[in-house]
Design a protein around this ligand. Sequence first.
Ligand code: BG6
Length: 516
Amino acid sequence: MNSTDESRHPFLKGLSKHRGAPPTVVVIFGASGDLTARKLVPAIFNLGVDNLLPGEFHLIGYSRSEIPDEEFRSAMDQAIEEHSRRPLNKEIWERVRQHTTYHAGGYGDPESFARLAEKINKIEADLGRDVQRLFYISTPPSVFEPIIRNLGACGLAEAHLNTKLASKVIIEKPFGKDLESARHLNKTINSVFEESQVYRIDHYLGKETVQDLLVQRFANAIFEPIWNREYVDCVQITVAESLGVGSRGGYYDTSGALRDMIQNHTMQLVALTAMEPPVSLDPESIRDEKVKVVKAIQPLELKAEGGDVVRARYANGLVNGQPVKGYMEESGIPEDSSTETYAALRLSINNWRWKGVPFYIRSGKRMARRASEIAIQFKRPPGILFSEGNKFDVASNTMVVSIQPDEGVTLVMNSKIPGLETRTQPVKMHFRYATTFGSNTPEAYERLILDAMVGDSTLFIRGDETEASWKLITPILEHWKACGSHGLEEYAAGSWGPLASERLLWEKGHQWRRSG
Ligand code: BG6
């Protein structure tokens, strides 16, 4: 990119900040885990391919098992071969690989952390310049707090504090399991790190289409004037997966759809769809608006039957034509489980823009297909001209932002069917990312690791935001706990969820959109 490109395309100029990552040591806690192999190391490799890693970049894998350095490096080679969106380029990877080491240690053991600090200090001394420390906590949540306290105790948290090279900590989900535990975790983190050093990750914010939501809304003049209660009839947000719980049954049964998908990923989609325009694109302005709108969501009506929430679990069924087991037959699921694999909520946002517009959100496993989308359904035109008799089909205009897998935006509108009679039919106007921009776009983790490295926290969750979302969700969890299995519906694997979730919409004269 040359400077002429940058001045012609302010967008490209924005990207150049990413080229300025300072010398960095990344430490991954939970290095022998699944996420490291599937997402984190392939993302680091792809940043290397795009020449976005700093010249001085070191990677330290940290976990409990004893693994020789070379064995860890080979495992990471294989991880890239299996999971990277681009094939392993040995020459490029070698530049990272030769600075990749492994550190075996306990998460609650101060001694292991002292050795880690020595190792990093030595890297710094050998380079003869200051380096940033980036700690990525990708472990089970039970050890989040010991890791954080130990980082504080051995001085790693405050290295180069108040400079651009201040240490940073990225924390994976689950960020707490309810409001109380989230508050406790925030307190522990903030007793060791300044909030500006903390990067709570939600990988949905790293998805291209999720970021594009703000561009669609605020870089186009045509949507914002109608993005409100005057024109919008309802909003429907679906995050559907066709996969079941697979080998994660043990973890999943302690979580369920509400904690696993709704409190974090789906609520982020709600916040970005419903927030007010920020005064600028700086991280705090955007995060202020997101928190404001989450706080404006009204407490949900919770009843043993009826109310604003529906939960269900999948029974056996057919997914993509193949028979699959029901949730209770999956491995690791206790016999008395009452965990939901599907949750649907009807939200009311009590502010000037949205008062009276229902936001329906749902997320489930083993649904008909993988499809995540945000549908803004506009009010119908007055039924004066084209709605006489049943030969006319005047649909609501709908804008559908498809998050995955067919990334794009679709506008549903009404058109005249060619012919001598005047008959209408809903038609679709499509924009597809893959068609316009090609399909090999960066993975969410690439963007997020890079942003943390350059100190841009826009796409990370602030402490108050996570608490606001737990505040809404926790009463539902408590209600369901009190109900046990009572009110837990079933849906056939491969379907679009339980019939009961249609009720949430029928009651307001709506129905779920069929995705696709
Ligand atoms: C994770 C959940 O956060 O997100 C998983 O723990 C879920 O249960 C996954 O499958 C979905 O992510 P994506 O990017 O595949 O939609």
